[in-house]
Design a protein around this ligand. Structure first.
Ligand code: KIV
Ligand code: ZN
Length: 514
C-alpha cells in the first residue's frame, strides 16, 4: 500500500522573492503552463495582496490553468484574505495559503504581537478564509524555531477552524534532517486533531539541507506535501529543489513507498525555462538538471556505462527530459515546422504577430548559424526583442572594433520608448564599450552586480547567453540576452535588465510580516 506525496510548487511566489528573480505576468504564465505540464499538484502563483501586479498574475494564472490547484499566499488579515479569494475566483481549483509567524523571536520583534494575539488571529483568519474557499492551508512561519507547546495550540486551532493543510516551515534554513523529521512527527502526535489535515514541509536551503530536511519530514514525520521550487530558486540560498525531491522519491521508491504524480520528462525543460526567464544559471554539477548530471568524464565510468548503464547511473537522462543535442530545424524549415516545434517544446506565443516576429528571428539566426537546436529556439522566443513594441528599450544595431593593443570602441543604436537613439563609447573590452555606449543615452545610473556568459549548446558555434544583474535605488533585476555574438548578447541582456528596472512594482515581500 502506498500513498501520494503532494507536490506544491512555489517558484512563482517564494522563488520570485530571490533578489533579481522578479518576473512579468507573461513570464509567470509561461512557467505556470510548464508546471501544469509537469503535473504539479499545487501552484503557488503569487501573493495577491502584495501588489496590483501580483494580484493580476494570480488572477491570470487562475483562469488559464485547469489541471493544477492555484494558490495565493495571504497574511492573516481580512484585506489579504479577501484579495486572495478575489484573485482566485476563476480557478478550477483554488487555495488560500495563510501564514503568520509563531516563533517567540518573530512574534516579539517582527509582529510585536503576544502569543495569545497570534492564536486569536490564526482562528479568525482561518475561519474567514474558509467562508470564502474550501481549500485553506495554514503556515506557521518560522515554525521550526517555535515553542512546541505553543505551536501545537496554534496548529490545533487552525485545523479546528477548517485548515486542510498544515505547513511547518523552516523559514531560515536552520533545521537538521533528523531534528526536523522528529519535530514534524512530534507535532502530528501531539496535536489532537492532526489526522484531519495533510501535513506539509517547507524548507529553506541556508545550510544546504532543504531537500534532506524535506525528505526527513516526509519519511520520519509523515508529511504528505512538499513545498519546493524549480532549480531550488528562492530567497538567500533558495528553497527545496523540486527536481531533487521528486527524483529522490521516485528513484528510491523502495524506501519512501510514495506515489508522485509528476511527469518527470518535463523537468529539464522546466528548469531551462525558469533559468532563462530569471537569469539564474544552473550550476553544471547540480543534481538532475545540471549540464554534467549525466555526463561521464572518467574512462572507468564511461566503460562501465557502456557495458551496463546501471553501473554508474541511477536515473535515466531521458526520464527527466534530457534530449541529445538534436539538430531540429535549419535554414530551409518553414513557418509551420517552426510552429510545430514550438508546440512540442510547450511554447505558446500569444498572437500570430509574435509567431511571425519569432520566425523572422529564427531565419536571421539560421543564416548565421548552421545548426539550430531546441535551446536556440527557446532562447530566441524568450528574447524580448521578439516583441519590441512591448519593451521600453530594444536593440536596433551594434558595431564595435577591437584589436590587440587598441582601445575597443562600440556604437549602439537602440529604441528608448519608441524613439531611436545612438550612443558611442570606448571601454576596457568590446562588451564594456557597448554597455557604456548604451549608458551614454539611457543614463540609468544602475550598478552592475553580476555579468555572466554561458554557451547555450556547448561549442564555439553556440549562441552565448548572457545574464546581467543591475542594482538601482534598492532594486535588483536580472536581464538575459542570447546571440551567437556575445557582445550583442550582452547588449540585449543589458537592455532587458533596464526594461525590468523600468517596470516598477510596489510588491510587499512575504516574510516582511503584517
Ligand atoms: O519560508 C516561509 O516561512 C514561507 C511562508 C510564507 C510559507 O515562505
Ligand atoms: Zn519560504
Amino acid at each position: 500500500m502506498t500513498d501520494k506525496l503532494i507536490i506544491f510548487d512555489t517558484t512563482l511566489r517564494d522563488g520570485e522573492q530571490s533578489p533579481g528573480a522578479s518576473m512579468t505576468r507573461d513570464e509567470k504564465l509561461r512557467i505556470a503552463r510548464q508546471l501544469e505540464r509537469l503535473r504539479v499538484d499545487v501552484i503557488e502563483a503569487g501573493f495577491a495582496a502584495s501588489s496590483n501586479g501580483d494580484f493580476d498574475c494570480v488572477k491570470t494564472i487562475a483562469s488559464a490553468i485547469r489541471d493544477s490547484t492555484i494558490c495565493s499566499l495571504a497574511r492573516t488579515n481580512e484585506g489579504d484574505i479577501a484579495r486572495a479569494a478575489e484573485a482566485l475566483k476563476g480557478a478550477a481549483s483554488g487555495r488560500i495559503h495563510l501564514f503568520i509567524a509563531t516563533s517567540a523571536l518573530h512574534m516579539e520583534k517582527k509582529l510585536r504581537m503576544t502569543p495569545d494575539e497570534v492564536l486569536a488571529q490564526t482562528r479568525a483568519s482561518v475561519r474567514q478564509a474558509r467562508n470564502l474557499m474550501a481549500d485553506v492551508e495554514f503556515s506557521a512561519e518560522d515554525g521550526f524555531r517555535s515553542d512546541t507547546d505553543f505551536l501545537c495550540r496554534v496548529l490545533e486551532a487552525a485545523i479546528a477552524e477548517g485548515a486542510r493543510t498544515i505547513n511547518v516551515p523552516d523559514t531560515v534554513g536552520y533545521a537538521i534532517p533528523q531534528l526536523y523529521g522528529h519535530f514534524i512527527k512530534t507535532l502530528r502526535e501531539r496535536v489532537p486533531n492532526s489526522d484531519k489535515a495533510i501535513w506539509s514541509v517547507h524548507c529553506h536551503n541556508d545550510l544546504g539541507m532543504a531537500v534532506a530536511n524535506s525528505l526527513a519530514g516526509v519519511k520520519i514525520g509523515g508529511a504528505r506535501q512538499v513545498e519546493c521550487t524549480i532549480n531550488g530558486l528562492g530567497e538567500r540560498a533558495g528553497n527545496c529543489a523540486l527536481e531533487e525531491v521528486v527524483m529522490a522519491v521516485k528513484t528510491r521508491r523502495d524506501h519512501f513507498a510514495l506515489d508522485v504524480g509528476i511527469a518527470t520528462e518535463h523537468i529539464v525543460p522546466a528548469s531551462r525555462l525558469v533559468s532563462q526567464i530569471t537569469g539564474f544559471v544552473v550550476q553544471p554539477n547540480k543534481a538532475v538538471v545540471g549540464a554534467n548530471a549525466f555526463a561521464h568524464a572518467s574512462g572507468i565510468h564511461q566503460d562501465g556505462v557502456l557495458k551496463a548503464r546501471d553501473t554508474y547511473e541511477i536515473m535515466r537522462a531521458e526520464d527527466v527530459g534530457w534530449s541529445a543535442n538534436k539538430i531540429v530545424l535549419g535554414k530551409l524549415s518553414g513557418r509551420n515546422a517552426f510552429r510545430q516545434r514550438l508546440q512540442q517544446l510547450g511554447v505558446t506565443l500569444e498572437s500570430e504577430g509574435e509567431l511571425v516576429a519569432a520566425f523572422a528571428k529564427f531565419k536571421e539566426l539560421a543564416d548565421r548559424k548552421s545548426e539550430i537546436f531546441d535551446e536556440d529556439i527557446l532562447a530566441l522566443v524568450f528574447d524580448e526583442s521578439v516583441t519590441p513594441e512591448k519593451e521600453f528599450y530594444a536593440l536596433v544595431s551594434l558595431s564595435q572594433q577591437s584589436a590587440t593593443g587598441a582601445m575597443p570602441r562600440a556604437k549602439v543604436a537602440f529604441t528608448m520608448g519608441g524613439r531611436q537613439v545612438c550612443g558611442e563609447a570606448e571601454g576596457n573590452g568590446p562588451v564594456d564599450a557597448s554597455l557604456k555606449a548604451i549608458e551614454t543615452q539611457a543614463r540609468s545610473g544602475a550598478e552592475m552586480v553580476l555579468y555572466s556568459v554561458n554557451a547555450i549548446s556547448g561549442n564555439t558555434e553556440s549562441q552565448g547567453e548572457v545574464t546581467v544583474r543591475l542594482q538601482n535605488a534598492g532594486r535588483i533585476v536580472n536581464g538575459v540576452g542570447a546571440d551567437p555574438d556575445i557582445v550583442i548578447a550582452s547588449a540585449k541582456a543589458y537592455l532587458s535588465a533596464l526594461n525590468r528596472l523600468q517596470n516598477k512594482s510596489d510588491r510587499v515581500v512575504a516574510q516582511s510580516g503584517v
